[in-house]
Design a protein around this ligand. Structure first.
Ligand SMILES: Nc1ncnc2c1ncn2[C@@H]1O[C@H](COP(=O)(O)OP(=O)(O)OP(=O)(O)O)[C@@H](O)[C@H]1O
Ligand SMILES: [Mg+2]
Length: 185
């Protein structure tokens, strides 16, 4: 199945998920994340502000702040599909950007280099056990991850894990995946 059809399947899975199931999975993802050594040892994390069907990252950002971690949010550049991360210290450091996604207000935030991010929580619609990730189709993360040396982790429901997802040569696999049953790899 091509990426476009797979993305639609994943969106359908998430759209049709009962809200009680969604709430249960959301809690499990958070709890398992906080138990990982990766999380405990990360002092600077990269994470996006979730929107739409994505798992909610707001409580994760708040947890990171209360655990004295530096929280970095990407500012996408539509011209070249690149991203730059900025450290935010409150939700007031953000503004609504492209496609109504919250992004850092660069006048208020400190830019963070790729080398400073210990842990990058990457968004995605579908995953497989070979660490492949199907994103939302912008190619922003694939570009950013090309020369990224920190650890990447994704959060997903088991329903979002397929035996195999289609990939292209530029797709960068993830290091870790957490689902509602725990750390899958
Ligand atoms: N390293 C790269 N250099 C140039 N173009 C790239 C690179 N990686 C991806 N692209 C381009 O980005 C487009 C989207 O890629 P893809 O469908 O894999 O997105 P995605 O993985 O879903 O998005 P994202 O990485 O933002 O989560 C592709 O058409 C591809 O040409
Ligand atoms: Mg990709």
């Amino acid at each position: 199945m091509d990426k476009k059809a797979l993305r639609q399947e994943a969106k359908d899975i998430l759209t049709n998920m009962p809200s009680s199931t969604r709430q249960y999975i959301q809690n499990q993802l958070e709890n398992f994340l906080y138990q990982t050594r990766l999380w405990k040892h990360a002092s600077t994390i990269g994470i996006t502000m979730s929107y739409g069907l994505e798992w909610d990252t707001k409580p994760i950002i708040e947890k990171a702040w209360s655990s004295q971690k530096k929280v970095c949010i990407p500012k996408p550049n539509q011209t070249d599909s690149s991203m730059k991360f900025y450290a935010i210290h409150s939700f007031q450091d953000m503004e609504e950007g492209y496609k109504s996604i919250w992004e850092p207000n660069v006048l208020k935030c400190e830019p963070i280099s790729k080398e400073e991010l210990n842990l990058l929580i990457v968004p995605g619609l579908l995953f497989d056990t070979n660490r492949n990730r199907l994103g939302y189709g912008g190619g922003f993360y694939d570009r950013y991850l090309q020369n990224f040396h920190g650890k990447t982790l994704a959060l997903a429901a088991n329903e979002q894990v397929y035996p195999i997802v289609s990939t292209d040569e530029y797709d960068v696999p993830i290091n870790h995946l957490i689902t509602e049953t725990g750390l899958r790899f």
